[in-house]
Design a protein around this ligand. Structure first.
Ligand code: NAD
Length: 276
């Protein structure tokens, strides 16, 4: 199974479908990431705050898969924003992962109440220049946050990783990203299981028509929109199911019926007002 790659604005390639480990128990991470690597995933999305970088690193090491066949993302946590603290944070993440560099390093949230995201972005440029991150990007940035870092630096973020699923499609940030060469990574691509996405008639109908599961239909909807995503599951069967999405296509009508589900239904924190 070959996962399509997307070329980022710095020329580097990222596998469009990966595996995310938010809320994966640190004690189970090695086993679960091993399941994902065995299912064929080569792109893993973790973060310092998830507390499971050590488990991700152990699974990578045990797999014997060549480093250049893997794409590993981690993220700078909010309380580590700032110049020196960002440099210290990437060193700690790399030590936990057992890697010399990550493929992508992200500022996890703009955390505007700290007012350190511009300074942190300049630190990420230095981290990239030092070879500790091949690509750099941001997460949960709204348009004004993106405008501010683009104006203050010489690097346009390679990606913006944002909450995005059928009932919360982020039209404004997505349009800005498209116009500025920033790729969107969808977090919570399945709505984090927080609303009945898989029982929605549009999804159920597309699943019946294609002979695939509702989760596979939603993953396919993201892929056909050109987004990068890394759905999470603790179950080996679902991990494999979520990867088995390259043998079918949604029709324009099926895509339109899912596009029509926009409901401004944010299931996570609002980046402008989050206080963590
Ligand atoms: P998700 O939308 O991937 O939903 C995960 C949940 O969906 C699972 O817990 C499971 O209950 C269910 N599920 C998964 N596969 C299924 C299947 N085939 N059938 C039925 N149910 C299924 O949510 P997520 O984990 O929050 O998002 C994916 C990844 O995005 C995370 O693991 C993490 O890497 C990243 N993320 C980033 C941020 C951020 O702030 N940058 C925030 C949240 C998540």
């Amino acid at each position: 199974m070959t996962v399509p790659t997307i070329t980022l604005n710095d020329g580097h390639e990222i596998p469009q479908l990966g595996f995310g480990v938010f809320q994966v128990d640190p004690d189970e991470t090695e086993r679960i990431v091993t399941d994902a690597l065995e299912a064929g995933y080569r792109h893993i999305d973790t973060a310092a705050i998830y507390g499971n970088e050590v488990g991700v690193g152990k699974a990578i090491e045990k797999s014997g898969i060549a480093r250049d066949e893997l794409f590993i993302t981690t993220k700078l946590w909010n309380s580590d924003q700032g110049t020196q603290s960002a440099h210290d944070a990437i060193d700690l993440s790399l030590a936990k992962l057992g890697l010399d560099s990550v493929d992508l390093y992200l500022i996890h949230w703009p955390s505007p109440h700290r007012d350190l995201y511009v300074e942190s972005w300049l630190a990420l440029e230095e981290i990239q220049a030092a070879g500790k991150a091949t690509s750099i990007g941001v997460s949960n940035f709204q348009v004004p946050h993106l405008e501010k870092i683009i104006a203050a630096s010489s690097t346009v973020p390679a990606v913006n990783q944002i909450e995005l699923h059928p009932e919360f499609q982020q039209a404004e940030v997505s349009a800005f990203a498209r116009e500025n060469g920033i790729h969107i990574e969808a977090w919570g691509p399945l709505g984090q299981g927080k609303y009945d996405l898989f029982g929605n008639p549009a999804i159920v109908e597309a699943a019946a028509q294609t002979g695939k599961s509702p989760a596979q239909v939603v993953i396919r909807w993201h892929l056909q929109a050109g987004r990068i995503l890394f759905p999470k599951s603790n179950s080996a069967a679902r991990i494999a199911e979520n990867f088995d999405v390259f043998d079918f296509e949604l029709s324009d009508a099926q895509v339109a019926s899912i596009d029509a589900l926009e409901a401004d239904n944010r299931v996570g924190a609002n980046p402008d007002t989050a206080t963590f």
